[in-house]
Design a protein around this ligand. Structure first.
Ligand code: CLF
Ligand code: SF4
Length: 525
């Protein structure tokens, strides 16, 4: 095993990190040669991002991501994932985590998952896959760290790969124990691994991690962070060496690691990470976390976008993460876990029908092709336009890439950036339901407006008179004329009209303000 080079000050001493392995601490940019995602040699172009399609990637990579809702933005409109909460213990402490809740590296603070045995988990996967044929990925993401519970985690993977072999296996870890398990991960065909890497500098790490528990000893502060970063980067290299697709999650903590995440981005790209997912810190006093209690704020929507945009030239950025819980079920952005409680699952008599799933997924592919063709046709109409104008628009959708949700029923809005280059997914905004038992809530409308305040328009399947007027007063145009049509095609058609009106002097193009990322505890719908 070659030494791993870590991007931190050369004065740090070497630390033994695993049997026969020593991490050498040198300059970051001297790290391993670029490996990576695409047929274009991991050039880090945005065409190679999580929004990339079949034409942008090598056939081998496309096959791995085409129906993985987290690794492909385009796939997330059509395919679902599920998590099974089989891993309760954790080997580190993060200042944004309260152990009463799930691992906040993949989950929202404030929600707790039902713990399962591997056998219960396998039964649940078969039941969900039979009920939701677009469920293609099984992830283990907590509620603690999967690799701090290796027996339960790998037993679950073993059972599922036997009973539902068409389902992709996915794992999310803090990375501390990762180098010890890379060969087992490979053995069980876990082809997608997420590592949460919030820093490569132990000084910064000491502000995020009070301790790690490593080789039967508790380390604190800077020493703890140093071991953690070395193990994370070593694990990442070992995985990419074996051809396993790696995503890196980073929690953006303003004033602590926000600027530093650009260095993290370079370090993980150079070690072959496929995708970087920079997520906002969700922090509120009621979560009982160190950050929540000391008033550490999360980023605004525009701060998050600026960082993601800044890193996009370096590598593929994920922007559609929903920070879902450790027992999430369904499309990203929906949570059907309540339909599959242990009690309900144990009473279900399920038979796994792989052929039925295959036929359903073929129909999904037909819709995807129609969607791509519609978008391409609309883009042709923009080809003659020459302007730097970019606008954000919000969309109410419940999947299939269509504008098919009522304004009042949306618990999130997807946000697209429109330019003459096309329509690009840049994020989502969670909101409280405006429509409560048939009536609109005025307070809620104000929070919705704040959440999409940086958008010029909101596309919906339907909207009532009152919210329509209030949105207009806030400078956000409600658009329902594309109800049940494909999102990108419709947004581009609207944008063409917008540019025409600007050109004709009918409207003046103005930039909009910032928007708020919701900070409260997020509960299952
Ligand atoms: Fe789960 Fe994570 Fe696999 Fe996806 S989630 S283990 S890679 S299957 Fe996805 Fe959820 Fe974001 Fe995670 S939206 S929190 S990135
Ligand atoms: Fe909590 Fe996850 Fe951090 Fe462990 S790794 S302390 S479970 S957020």
């Amino acid at each position: 095993m070659s030494a791993v080079v870590v991007g931190i000050a050369a004065t740090l001493s070497s630390v033994p990190i695993s049997t026969g392995t020593v991490i050498r601490v040198e300059v970051a940019n001297q790290a391993a040669a670029p490996k990576g995602c695409s047929s274009s040699g991991s050039s880090g172009k945005s065409s190679c991002g999580s929004g990339a399609g079949a034409g942008d990637l090598s056939p081998e990579i496309w096959e791995k991501i085409k129906n993985h809702p987290c690794y492909s933005e385009e796939a997330h409109h059509h395919y679902a994932r599920m998590h099974v909460a089989v891993a309760p213990a954790c080997n580190i402490q993060c200042n944004y985590c309260n152990r009463k809740y799930d691992c906040a590296n993949e989950s929202r603070p404030g929600v707790v998952s039902e713990r399962l045995t591997p056998e219960q988990a396998a039964k649940k996967v078969v039941a969900v896959a039979s009920t939701i044929p677009q469920m293609t990925v099984l992830g283990i993401a907590g509620p603690g760290d999967p690799l701090a519970n290796p027996d339960k985690t790998f037993k679950t993977f073993e059972l599922i790969s036997r009973q539902a072999p068409d389902i992709k296996l996915c794992l999310s870890t803090n990375g501390l124990a990762l180098p010890d398990h890379v060969d087992t991960i490979k053995k069980f065909n876990v082809d997608h691994v997420t590592i949460t890497i919030n820093m490569i500098d132990p000084e910064i790490g000491a502000e995020i991690y009070p301790w790690v528990y490593y080789r039967n000893k508790r380390y604190k502060g800077r020493d703890a962070a140093k071991i953690l970063t070395e193990r994370q980067l070593q694990g990442l290299e070992m995985l990419t060496d074996r051809g396993i697709l790696c995503k890196v999650n980073s929690v953006m903590i303003p004033g602590i690691n926000d600027k530093h995440l650009v260095e993290v981005n370079k370090a993980v790209k150079s070690r072959g990470a496929f995708l970087h997912n920079i997520m906002p810190l969700i922090s509120a006093p009621e979560h009982g976390t160190v950050f929540g209690l000391n008033g550490q704020r999360g980023p605004t929507a525009q701060e998050l976008k600026a960082l993601q945009d800044g890193c996009e030239g370096q590598m593929n950025m994920m922007r559609h993460c929903r920070q879902c819980r450790a027992d999430a079920v369904g499309l990203l952005g929906e949570d059907r876990s309540a339909e599959f409680t242990t009690e309900k699952i144990m009473q279900m008599d399920v038979e796994y029908d792989a052929e039925k799933r295959r036929i359903y997924q073929e129909s999904v592919e037909t819709v995807r092709q129609e969607k791509a063709a519609a978008k391409k046709a609309e883009l042709v109409g923009l080809a003659g336009e020459h302007t730097d104008i970019k606008v954000l628009v919000a969309v109410a959708t419940k999947g299939e890439g269509k504008i098919n949700e009522h304004f009042g029923h949306a618990n999130e809005f997807q946000v697209y950036e429109l330019s003459t280059e096309g329509a690009k997914f840049v994020g989502h905004r969670r909101v409280d339901l405006y429509c409560q038992g048939g009536y609109g809530e005025e307070d809620t409308l104000a929070t919705v407006t704040r959440a999409i305040n940086d958008c010029h328009a909101v596309f919906v399947a339907k909207i009532g008179g009152c919210p329509r007027d209030e949105l207009k007063a806030a400078g956000i145009e409600p658009v329902d004329k594309y109800a049940f049509e494909f999102i990108e095609k419709s947004a581009l058609a609207w944008f063409k009209d917008y540019l025409a009106k600007v050109k004709a002097g009918e409207i003046e193009h103005t930039t909009r303000g910032d928007a708020a990322i919701r900070q409260g505890a997020l509960l299952a719908a």
